[in-house]
Design a protein around this ligand. Structure first.
Ligand code: HAS
Ligand code: HEM
Ligand code: CU
Length: 546
């Protein structure tokens, strides 16, 4: 591997830093919205200055789910691509990165202004027939097109590396970055079509109605891979970085690549599992997509297997005995390990919740309740977020030529524990009150003391307490970031693990991108052609805006 160049090029670290710091700004603002939501729903406060609950919820969803994640991911991918594929970015890749950053940032600022003006209170899923100012949709286009530019930068760096290395198998990090951005590119085509051809003409008033079920289908064609776009970079840390941090080796390069290819194939044709309760889609096609949903679980189970194997093999190699002796050999005091590991641990119940959601009959019970909100605060807001925090502890020092001190390890571990405690209360009570029937996306109401609402109200209070603890966690993380930027000078390694010595050869087919894109196209056509034709042929589907 070409890890010869140790320090980051100053221009590369500036690009990555710009992304990562913007992500944390979004986390801070989104956290303010989050805690206020929790307090409103718990009945503790009323919003001042005529701020609407849904306005706040839109800000939270957009800043957290769309902005915090995307900026962090692009920054992280660029850093690892530079590190493992040539040591520094090609000028063209760097320029595309900055172009993407500029487009995304102008989009984010425009969208935030529209939300603050209460002209885009349509939540982060912007479902029609709720209608926002056209400028909100234009802002979304800027964010998406910007992210494409960064994707192209990564592809160019990858192609250049392959060319200059005689077509050798690419470094795993680079491969995974390409899979992640390829998935993103294919997925965002759906939302681009929705926004450009449906929502923008409709909100400018050029056309009167919009086909609601079609627009939602295009959204979820994008929306499900969106959640995997958040997850894949966390998996990259788990596969490539964590083995190095614990002092071990990666279990298998081929298994990791196979898991990523499967995630690429099966993440996309599954959007209907968000629309199981919607009329206008026949149950046959819902069934097909649920089968594919269960297929996409398989690579996550492979990931779990691979991680357990990494931990156990390492533990035994340093003398662990017994069934669980290897647990004691893990570096619990190292925040670079501790935070992502807690993310993995939480991903077990989080993923189990996903399986419940995907099962049609159980989806009837939980759909549109706070259970679902509980599910994704475990997946994206804990498994993914804690992993990103864990990455931050070495990424920022590596970028700025500083070192992580023992004190900062302790502060990081404290932050992780606060986050886990807050999430235990918040997500736990969301799950329970969801089962009791409490709807998501609903401001404070007791439904005139309806017996069901009386049952769930105490859990809403717990949710508010959990949200407050989480907000403390956000503040602690922001302080940790500031401390990292001012840490003592020194040299910090960018941890990339080696693969265990085995006779295993990674099959070259994994990098035959034409094959995989072809398979995706076929899967998408199978899963979507007939239901989309049915939607297009439904004359009653048009709706005016609300
Ligand atoms: Fe989900 C709704 C199904 C995964 C995020 N999901 C959402 C929404 C979001 C979201 C944001 O089928 C709401 C969107 C909205 O606003 O409406 N989800 C699934 C399924 C999975 C799943 C089947 N979701 C995720 C991930 C997300 C995410 C990942 C973000 C990052 N989800 C659904 C469905 C809905 C849904 C329905 C719609 C609900 C409705 O009605 O609206 C699966 O991919 C999960 C597979 C995961 C596993 C776990 C593997 C475990 C691993 C960890 C190993 C641990 C180790 C450490 C090694 C099977 C890899 C162990 C150490 C020890 C010491 C023990
Ligand atoms: C929704 C709290 C962090 C993503 C919510 C809701 C609350 C909440 C109370 C609204 C439930 C409802 O009325 O339906 C918090 C708190 C946080 C936090 C207190 C930490 C301080 C995060 C993070 C992410 C996230 C880190 C993602 C990276 C979301 C999303 C929604 C949501 C996508 C759904 C918005 C919608 O339904 O339109 N959060 N959250 N949250 N949260 Fe968080
Ligand atoms: Cu999904």
């Amino acid at each position: 591997m070409s890890n010869e160049i140790k320090e980051f090029d100053r221009r590369d670290s500036a690009l990555v830093l710009a992304h990562v710091l913007f992500a944390f700004l979004a986390l801070l603002l989104g956290g303010v919205a989050g805690v206020l939501q929790g307090l409103v729903r718990g009945g503790a406060i009323k919003l001042p200055y005529e701020i609407g609950y849904y306005q706040l919820l839109t800000a939270h969803g957009v800043l957290m789910a769309l902005i915090f994640t995307t900026y962090f991911i692009i920054g992280f991918l660029y850093s690892g691509v530079a590190k493992t594929m040539g040591g520094r970015l090609l000028p063209i890749a760097r320029s595309l990165g900055w172009l993407g950053y500029g487009l995304m940032t102008s989009g984010t600022i425009l969208a935030t202004i529209m939300i603050l003006l209460n002209k885009a209170t349509v939540l982060y899923t912007f479902y029609a027939p709720m209608k926002a100012s056209p400028w909100f949709y234009v802002a979304l286009v800027l964010v998406v097109v910007g992210s494409w530019m960064s994707g192209f930068g990564i592809f160019i760096q990858y192609r250049y590396w392959k060319k200059t290395h005689g077509g050798r198998m690419s470094p795993l990090f680079g491969f995974m970055a390409v899979v992640t951005m390829l998935m993103w590119l294919i997925a965002t085509i759906g939302v681009a079509i929705e926004v450009l051809f449906m929502l923008i003409p409709w909100s400018f008033g050029w056309v009167e109605t919009v086909n609601v079920v079609l627009s939602r289908t295009l959204f979820w064609y994008f929306g499900h891979p969106l959640v995997y776009f958040w997850l894949l970079p966390a998996y990259m840390c788990w596969y490539v970085v964590i083995p190095k941090i614990i002092g071990g080796k990666m279990f298998s390069d081929a298994l990791a690549r196979l898991a990523f290819i499967m995630l690429l194939l099966f993440s996309i044709p599954v959007g209907f599992h968000h629309q199981l309760m919607e009329p206008g889609i026949s149950s046959v096609w819902k069934y097909v997509q649920v089968v594919l949903t269960f297929m996409v679980v398989v690579p996550s189970l492979m990931t779990a297997f691979s991680l357990f194997a990494t931990f156990e093999l390492h533990g035994r190699s340093v003398g662990a005995t017994g069934l669980f002796g290897w647990l004691k050999k893990l570096p619990w005091k190292d925040v670079r390990f501790f935070a992502p590991f807690m993310g993995m641990l939480i991903f077990i119940p989080a993923g189990a919740g996903g399986l419940i959601n995907a099962s049609n009959q159980m989806n009837m019970v939980v759909h549109n309740t706070l259970w679902v909100t509980g599910h994704f605060h475990l997946t994206v807001a804990t498994s993914v977020a804690l992993t990103f925090f864990g990455v931050t502890y070495w990424l920022l020092p590596a970028l700025t030529g500083r070192v992580l001190t023992p004190l900062m390890h302790k502060l990081g571990i404290a932050q992780t524990i606060v986050w886990l405690a807050g999430m235990f209360f918040m997500s736990g009570s969301m799950h329970i009150s969801g089962l009791l029937g409490s709807p998501r996306r609903t401001a404070y109401t007791t439904y005139e003391n309806h017996p069901d609402a009386v049952l769930w109200m105490p859990y809403h209070v717990v949710m508010a307490i959990g949200g407050t603890i989480l907000f403390i966690g956000v503040i602690m993380m922001i302080m940790n970031v500031i401390m990292l930027l001012n840490a003592p000078k020194g040299s910090t390694e960018y941890p990339i693990a080696e693969v265990r010595d085995t006779a295993e050869q990674t099959p070259a087919i994994f990098e035959r991108w034409g094959v995989w894109v072809g398979v995706i196209v076929v899967l998408v056509l199978v899963a979507y052609t007939v239901p989309v034709m049915e939607m297009l042929n439904n004359p009653g589907a048009g709706s005016k805006g609300i």
